[in-house]
Design a protein around this ligand. Structure first.
Ligand code: ADP
Length: 249
């Protein structure tokens, strides 16, 4: 860790962006934002801005990926060239290929692939702006987009990271904390089923710190889960309002 940077957390436990150790960044979640997709979601998680479009269940391309007994889930995580301060090459990087796999594996346990044999679902994640924790925000957004598409799900998947900056375990690291901090533990979780679908760790933590980080991340997930359900409800409230207005006219 660099010794030159400003302290990431002060003596009172307040972080550089003004948050307490166990505080999430502000979130905004919306579904049904892309009329051309079967399901879609837009998530702002702090300064992260992420758009997800879901297509399917539909014919699988390339055809050799098709499975006779199950649906195939495909995910593409992509960062726009303008999503970070230095232009990012639009070509898929090794990191994007890895995150696409990680996001797919986090979402799969929530689906019933055996219900849709010989088909595929495509999940396209576009990171418009990145500020740390994009894999988690992408999972939160992708689960919402899948739910918006109407496909049966065991539960929503929600993700959030916790980690360590200076000597403190903190929730929901942003870019500077991610880069200068000591550790980052992204967790994806299905709160209703109490099942973890992703657990990674970057950096080093003691067993006690690790346990604290995981339970903090799961608490963060529960808070975001409530917002996910609210976002889905809001879409239907809007439709209800619109149909009411139409029938009144
Ligand atoms: P996550 O976004 O899930 O935390 P990483 O830990 O790999 O994934 O990345 C942390 C952050 O680093 C990203 O959210 C983004 O803000 C920044 N970042 C990633 N790739 C690039 C890049 N090519 N150029 C500049 N910043 C990047």
């Amino acid at each position: 860790m660099s010794e030159k940077h400003e302290k990431l957390i002060d003596k009172k436990g307040i972080r550089l962006d003004g948050r307490k150790a166990d505080e999430l960044r502000p979130l905004k979640l919306e579904v049904g934002v892309l009329p051309n997709a079967d399901g879609s979601a837009y998530v702002e998680h702090g300064k992260n801005k992420i758009l997800v479009g879901v297509f399917g269940p539909r014919e699988v391309h390339p055809k050799h990926l098709m499975r006779p007994d199950r649906m195939v889930l495909k995910c593409r995580y992509h960062m726009a060239p303008f999503s970070v301060p230095e232009r990012k090459s639009p070509a898929p990087s090794r990191r994007e290929v890895e995150l696409s796999k990680v996001i797919r594996e986090s979402l799969e346990p929530a689906l019933f692939p055996e219900l849709y044999p010989r088909t595929g679902i495509d999940v396209y994640v576009e990171v418009l702006q990145a500020d740390g924790g994009t894999r988690c925000a992408s999972i939160t957004a992708a689960a919402l987009a899948l739910a918006d598409s109407g496909i049966p799900m065991r539960d929503l998947v929600v993700a959030c990271a916790a980690g360590k900056v200076e000597d403190t375990v903190v929730l929901d690291l942003y870019d500077a904390e991610d880069k200068l901090g000591a550790a980052d533990v992204p967790v994806a979780y299905m709160p209703n089923l109490n099942a973890v679908t992703l657990l990674q760790m970057d950096g080093a933590l003691s067993p006690e710190e690790f346990e604290k980080a995981v339970s903090m991340a799961m608490e963060g997930c529960k808070q975001i889960y409530a917002m996910q359900k609210e976002a889905l409800k809001n879409k239907y409230m809007k439709i209800k309002e619109e149909t009411k207005e139409e029938t009144e006219e």
